[in-house]
Design a protein around this ligand. Structure first.
Ligand code: SF4
Ligand code: SF4
Length: 425
């Protein structure tokens, strides 16, 4: 039996999935904001097409399974369609419900990874360290054909797309930091900065300490987004409960909880939506989610002059722009970069990273990415800033391939460099 959320929290209140999908009037107003429709021109790969498919599934009139699977699995869950839609139809959530109906059992590898990240993070860290040691030795490259042959092509693509193999994870470094009794802020270490880009987390910590004073590490595990998108709702709820219990136990309830991956910050803010049928946990998660901040919300205008004159653009990560409604921090960037800050055309269009999307659909992901990189190239930028791990990895890959004149950084990395802040491990 498929486990679905059943009810969705929409901008118009709680709705059944069927009612939410039926709110799509098929006007097509959102079509040009959808990266997969723009890339392919195919109606089933548009928001209107996807909403229609889920509605038909719920009416028991499912078109052929392969077409449905293609339409639903290729949604980036970017949310650009909901921003464009006058009725705010939550297409990404509707698509996720459709996926859960179509594949009642989440893929085993996704379930295992999701559960390890939530319940056994130290075991996951040990396994990743072994994998990274193989990568540094050049052995993992040899294993990619075998992974592909075994139907684990996504893992092979993930290995191919990573050019960093951290020796120490962010959590290990942060656990050595002092834990003040009354911190000005709490830091939530998202899996991306933790396991893949610790340099981002260290830069965020340095920038926050500089601006807000001493902070404290929440010592958290995965937020549950991996399970929500690719695993099970049961695991996603488990992650939310563990995170909130950890936060409650620290007793620093007035401090903002800051995350520097916009996808995870957005998901942490959405925890109450996981508990629409559980009033007690809905209340507890509401208290927690109200304290969550994406780091890009907290960085005011800078007084420090720019240390770089290199032309710079800002890519708006989907879960910042469309998930949390946070636009590019233009005033901050102008205060730091002056004329060096250039407006990126289509800055709020997905780069094709979208979590595991670039591993699962490498060709379509690359199509979406090429449009993003050509927009970057039109500005002549040498630096591209973003606020999600997935975007940083995807942009770095695209820049290497199509426009090597520029490099990608997290906003806090750029600010730390500009501050001259030493990011200690
Ligand atoms: S999702 Fe909204 S904008 Fe897009 S076709 Fe449906 S009603 Fe129109
Ligand atoms: S969430 Fe993004 S990829 Fe999916 S239908 Fe909407 S705009 Fe298209």
């Amino acid at each position: 039996m498929a486990e679905t959320a059943g009810k969705l929290q929409t901008d118009l209140g709680e709705r059944s999935t069927y009612d939410a999908a039926s709110q799509c009037s098929r006007c097509g107003y959102c079509e040009q904001s959808c990266p997969t429709y723009v890339a392919t021109g195919r109606e089933p790969l548009s928001p209107r097409g996807r909403n229609q498919i889920v509605r038909l599934m719920l009416e028991g009139r499912t078109p052929d399974r392969d077409s449905v699977k293609e339409a639903l699995s290729t949604c980036l869950l970017c949310g650009a369609c909901s921003t464009a839609c006058y009725a705010r139809v939550p297409t990404a959530d509707i698509v996720l419900e459709g996926r859960r109906m179509l594949e009642p059992e989440a893929p085993l590898i996704a379930r295992i990874l999701g559960r390890l990240a939530i319940r056994r993070p130290r075991l996951l860290a040990s396994l990743l360290k072994i994998g990274y040691a193989f990568k540094r030795a050049g052995i993992s490259r040899l294993g990619r054909p075998f992974l592909r042959a075994a139907g684990l092509g996504a893992l092979a693509e993930a290995d191919a797309s990573m050019d960093e193999a951290p020796r120490e994870f962010l959590c290990d470094a942060l656990r050595r930091r002092p834990a003040p009794e009354s911190p000005a802020w709490l830091y939530f270490a998202a899996c991306g900065p933790n396991y893949v880009l610790p340099r981002v987390g260290l830069a965020t910590w340095a920038v926050l300490e500089n601006r807000l004073g001493p902070g404290r590490f929440l010592n958290n595990a995965c937020c549950g987004l991996l399970s929500y998108n690719y695993g099970t709702l049961v695991d996603a709820r488990d992650a939310a409960i563990r995170t909130v219990e950890r936060w409650e136990a620290l007793g620093n309830k007035d401090a903002p909880v800051i995350a520097d991956c916009s996808s995870c910050a957005d998901f942490l803010k959405r925890y109450p939506r996981l508990f629409l049928d559980d009033p007690a946990w809905k209340t507890r998660t509401e208290a927690f989610s109200a304290r969550v901040r994406d780091v890009i919300e907290l960085l005011g205008v800078e007084a420090a002059p720019a240390r770089t004159a290199a032309p710079l653009v800002y890519h708006e990560s989907c879960r910042a722009r469309h998930g949390q409604g946070l636009a590019a921090p233009q005033e901050l960037l102008r205060s730091v970069c002056g004329e060096g800050y250039k407006t990126l055309p289509e800055s709020d269009m997905c780069c094709g990273g979208a979590g595991a999307f670039s591993f699962l659909h490498p060709e379509l992901s690359d199509e979406v990415l090429r449009r993003k990189i050509s927009n970057v190239a039109r500005t002549g930028a040498q630096v591209v800033l973003a606020s999600s791990t997935s975007c940083l990895l995807q942009l770095a890959r695209g820049l290497r391939k199509y426009y090597p004149q520029a490099r990608a950084f997290h906003l806090t990395e750029f600010l730390a460099q500009n501050d001259g802040t030493k990011t200690r491990a």
